[in-house]
Write a protein that binds this ligand. Structure first.
Ligand code: ATP
Length: 238
């Protein structure tokens, strides 16, 4: 089977600082794949490069059989790769519903867009209840839900989530992880960047551990959850 996303020997630098030092991984259709690792490992840089927001130094990115390295960001969205960024980046003054509509800006199938907004409200009822309110009035966790809902509005073939649990209460975090599991069960393909290794590996088909720009370990989510070095470094065990 050819993978939906194939990343080969990807290198990315900010000036002289090489943030990603030759990583390779793939995401098959229907899978949840996670990148875990500490602050500064290069996870966000990897997602931003896949989205076309940063140009790589070298390496290959193939999505749905097409090379992405030279494709501009807006065309990458149109190809079916959506990004829910770290820090959310919702539009606080616009209503929740307007934020969702913006996620569909490349589409003009009005009836289907309305259906997808309804689907977002089914996934996250709180967004439906407050759809006419300014998005800035939502709590951090609710804004995260909105960012995910908005990314889904482009009907992506691959949904990239950057630290969806960041800054959330344990209950909110559980909710978000539950929703990711639900999206997976509906067949959504997801590339998940997380610092919460326990939650991410529990969901993931495949996991990759990043340290200072490199993938140092990979395996199934279950294998990594049971790996002694992962447990020591990322799951707080001695
Ligand atoms: P975090 O969880 O903290 O976001 P991360 O694994 O996502 O960590 P990146 O944000 O990709 O890591 O950062 C990788 C490295 O690149 C770090 O050393 C960081 O300081 C550096 N870096 C990130 N963004 C920039 C930038 N705009 N300019 C210069 N260096 C940067």
């Amino acid at each position: 089977m050819t993978a939906l996303l194939e990343v080969e020997d990807l290198r990315v630098a900010y000036g002289k600082i090489e943030a990603v030092k030759g990583i390779s991984f793939s995401v098959e259709e229907g899978q949840v794949v996670t990148l875990i690792g500490t602050n500064g490992a290069g996870k966000t840089t990897t997602l931003r490069t896949l989205s076309g927001l940063i140009k790589p130094l070298s390496g290959k990115i193939t999505f749905g059989g097409q090379s992405l390295e030279k494709v501009p960001a807006h065309k990458i969205v149109a190809l079916g790769l959506a990004h829910s960024p770290e820090g959310r980046h919702i539009f606080p003054r616009l209503t929740i519903e307007n934020n969702l509509q913006l996620g569909a800006y490349l589409r003009n199938d009005k009836a289907a867009i309305a259906q997808d907004i309804k689907r977002a409200y089914d996934l996250f009822p709180i967004l439906g209840e407050r759809r006419k309110q300014a998005a800035g009035t939502l709590s951090g966790g609710e804004q995260q839900m909105l960012a995910m809902g908005r990314a889904l509005m482009s009907r992506p073939k691959l949904l990239m989530l950057d630290e969806p649990s960041m800054g959330l209460s344990p209950i909110m975090m559980q909710k978000i992880m539950h929703t990711i599991a639900e999206l997976k069960s509906q067949g959504t393909t997801i590339l998940l960047v997380e610092q919460n290794a326990q939650a991410a590996l529990s969901l993931a088909d495949q996991g990759h551990v990043m340290e200072i720009g490199k993938i140092v370990l990979n395996g199934t989510g279950a294998d990594l959850l049971h790996d002694e070095s992962v447990r020591k470094a990322y799951l707080g065990e001695d």
